[in-house]
Design a binder for this molecule. Sequence first.
Ligand code: UDP
Length: 455
Amino acid sequence: MENKAYRGHVLVLPYPSQGHINPLLQFSKRLVSKGLKATLATTLFIHNTMQPQSSSSLQFDTISDGYDEGGFAQAESIHTYLNHMETIGSKTLADLIIKNKNTANPIDCIIYDPFLPWALEVAKKFGIFGAAFFTQTCAVNFIYYHVHHGLLKLPITSTPISIPGLPVLELEDMPSYISVPGSYPAYFEMVLNQFSSSDKADAVLVNTFYELEPEVVDSMSKVCQLLPIGPTIPSFYLDKRLENDNDYGLNLFVSDSSVCNNWLNTKPEGSVIYLSFGSMASLNNKQMEELAFALKGSKFHFLWVVKASEEAKLPEKFVEEIGNKGLVVQWCSQLEVLSNKAIGCFLTHCGWNSTLEALSLGVPMVGVPQWTDQTTNAKYFRDVWKVGVRAKVCENGIVEREEIEFCIKEVMEGERGKDFQKNAKKWRDLAIKAISKGGSSDKNIDEFVSKFINS
Ligand code: UDP
């Protein structure tokens, strides 16, 4: 039987995708550094794919979404997947709590991703402290909060849109579920449902830091008690207080970092464009072609992550023809890449983790947002944080090669590029400060821990 004295045992439940596992896993490590035991529960399918290794205080365990053999890809539709996840997830989450009940460290807190709001009901059934962990920006959460509570009526009929604490927004700055009515209804319902019971949560954590969004954190704090605790990035890249914490540690895709490092290390400082569209986005053939031609036509080196599922969309012989000018990989350690001195800019889909990683590592960006919250993140990094540009989309929905080349030049060598670099460095310094001892996020983490320990 375990006999180590922990201050408490938290069970952490991410939505099963890379962009949700990374921040929740990273937050678990922070809690372990504060003397807690943490168990990260992924779906059985993800667990079998990633094979995470437990340590004495950070454990991995499983629940089921009902698709143990193939995960989300096995489901008939998004709607079916989410329904199964709720019914089977609730039951298997309860089983996991019961399994831990008569051990030396029963679970006394559940930190759940509000994409899975039913987890709070399970926690409450067992009388366990329940904390919601929002993985998107406070600005995006507050937009959904307004829609959920009928404070922002849809469809939007007049612009610009004013929400307290946010800059005025045009339709193109809104999350795609709002700007493109009817798109992905099941996901739209899911993001709004984050607020279906969050007022009953014992704490609300957000993966941002106060200095990044002070106005919106202040505004939203009037309606719910928020604790910004980010950035949830391995400590090695920020405060260096956690030992051996230089990687998220769970990758759905395989990469060989020596290939990227060896290649990048031969390139001059600030000379390489890094491109990635994250773990989920799928570009159409025309968009891939425009990107490929823009990169071929530009004078800069590039490192492009093209997932295995996207490779067939590259123009024929692209990889052979670019020679040493570019490197195309199926996946990489993004943090290692972003922190390499050779990187001059990040052409990104503006997923929140990617954006926060670039801000935290001081890398200017070119935004080519695809869907969900990415459009709002692009608005913020262009107009609020001022660390990059957003590429203009043509009427056919494509960002054309000339526009891509223009944006890359703006960031890599334009006059504004110098300001972007200066601002990016400022955000990096603020991110480090927020998570370091006594910083705004560090204090919020301590507040959270004492809140549940004393509950
Ligand atoms: N990532 C990575 N290697 C890659 C591409 C992405 O490690 O080649 C990581 C990245 O660091 C980030 C996550 O995958 O933590 C992607 O999350 P994000 O929110 O940016 O986008 P999503 O995948 O959810 O669309």
